[in-house]
Ligand binder design. Structure first.
Ligand code: COA
Ligand code: MG
Length: 293
């Protein structure tokens, strides 16, 4: 299990002085300073220096919570991004449009050298890939699961870039639900994260004024196994933190399961309130008790 808390990961465009300032007060578990899609091409160099300055100035106050989303490895921009932002205090890199495990390994090697240059501990900078933004990645999922990447701290997914790459008119059905390719991407994200024993982080909820919709969506997402969610607006962070924290009732139930097995260590199956409980329930209960609460 990763030590980083990642219930909420708030995107902050790195070229916005105002949004960077605002993010200082956010209860988001992680801030992701964005150098990619939120920043226009002409502003990338400025955004890189603003991100590096922010990490340098704020990391000691904010703790190991600052990530940067770099540009994709094949964009011609990623090496300049990394050369600017790998400075002491950087906690992680969000890698967009990841195509395969080879991309994760490549990024890891870049970080090896840049950490040494910056005088940082080897492996200090974690990686969270967006594992479903390219059609190649969707076809390479087994490779992600088969490759151990010690820097991996979580896995997230995205539907917008995938549908653009496919040339789809929309990634939604007429009733507003995800089209099959994107429910597959969502499910594969859960499997890749679980096979690496890191948290699966759900994709963004674009309608940032819709608190009721976000709450319902997060609840469903957590039931499916996601441990956290991308936020795009500060107002989403509280809702997300709440939704991905276990309730008192869930914690109490998990404790009952753990206690029941502890008092009957020879039992493989038990009954609690007339319901059968066995090994997978114990595993799930222990996971619930490990969640930040
Ligand atoms: N991080 C930090 N602060 C943010 C923020 C963010 N993601 N989004 C908004 N804010 C700030 C605004 O600057 C504003 O503060 P101010 O009054 O001091 O200027 C306040 O929160 C309220 O913002 P609001 O007016 O409700 O939203 P907006 O219209 O300014 O911005 C978005 C809407 C969608 C453009 C903005 O939320 C945003 O940039 N989100 C992140 C986008 C991104 O990074 N996308 C890439 C990943 S998909
Ligand atoms: Mg994108």
């Amino acid at each position: 299990m990763s030590a980083l808390r990642m219930r909420s990961m708030l995107f902050v465009p790195a070229d916005s002085e105002r949004k960077l300032a605002k993010s200082l007060d956010s209860p988001a578990d992680v801030l992701i300073l964005d150098l990619e899609d939120a920043v226009a091409q002409a502003r990338k160099p400025m955004a890189r220096s603003m991100a590096a300055e922010f990490v340098t100035a704020q990391a000691s106050k904010l703790g190991a919570r600052i990530f940067v989303r770099i540009n994709p490895l094949d964009s011609g921009l990623a090496m300049d991004d990394l050369a600017s932002v790998v400075v002491p205090g950087l906690a992680g890199v969000l890698q967009p449009k990841t195509r395969s495990a080879a991309d994760l390994i490549h990024l890891g090697h870049c970080l090896d050298a840049l950490e040494a240059r910056a005088g940082m501990a080897a492996g200090a900078v974690k990686i969270v890939p967006v594992a479903t933004e390219t059609p190649q990645a969707m076809l390479n999922m087994q490779g992600f699961a088969a490759t151990a990447v010690p820097r991996l701290a979580g896995v997230t997914w995205g539907a917008e870039d995938l549908s653009a790459a496919i040339g789809a008119v929309s990634n939604r059905e007429e009733d507003g639900s995800w089209s099959p390719l994107y429910t597959l991407a969502n499910s594969l994200c859960l499997c890749v994260a679980a096979s690496a024993d890191v948290p699966a982080i759900d994709t963004l909820y674009a309608d940032f004024r819709d608190v009721v919709g976000l709450t319902a969506s997060c609840r469903a997402s957590r039931r499916r196994g996601f441990r956290g969610r991308i936020a795009i607006h500060p107002d989403q962070v509280h809702t997300i933190n709440e939704a991905y924290s276990p309730s008192e009732a869930e914690l109490a139930h998990a404790r009952r399961i753990v206690d029941a097995f502890a008092t009957q260590p020879e039992a493989g199956t038990l009954s609690i309130d007339g319901v059968m409980v066995d090994k997978p329930h114990l595993t799930q209960a222990l996971r619930t008790l490990e969640l930040p609460h």
